[in-house]
Design a binder for this molecule. Sequence first.
Ligand code: INI
Length: 162
Amino acid sequence: MRSHPARIEGRGLRFGVVVARFNHLVTARLLEGCVGELLRRGCARDDVHVAWVPGAFELPQAAERLARSGRYDAIVTLGAVIRGGTPHFEYVCSGVTDGVREAMRDTGVPIAFGVLTTDDLEQAWSRAGGSHGNKGEEAALAALEMVNLCASIEKGPPGDAA
Ligand code: INI
């Protein structure tokens, strides 16, 4: 049996990061976490390109454009959808989750989902650098792992002669 290694290595890779301006105090912290993780893993600062969009609903379109440009090894989407008193929350949540999934499926480029969907602001804060970590960092790690896995799948697992 041979395994594809789970590698979290960013050297030489280029990332597009799309971040929603809505709830920007939260999303700025997700962005900080995401970029920090990419740099810690060896990415060059100039190889991380950030695009802001109005809200989470717009993330899929920008993510798809970045993916289709051919300039990036992976994309990270960052947003914070916080439940209000109306069904709007559900529409934005399903729009962004379906949209990001479809963009990844249609382009074949790894697109990490760093979008918080929480009942209140407190839950969002705790996941943007608080007691529940920083989901921006987690999304960066997922993107890094998927890029490396896709590359390994292309060339075969280590030691494979075929
Ligand atoms: N966008 C968010 O990113 N988070 C939210 O919590 C949110 N709420 O609650 O409405 C939100 N709405 C805006 C939406 O993403 C679009 O930008 C807007 O509908 C214009 O298309």
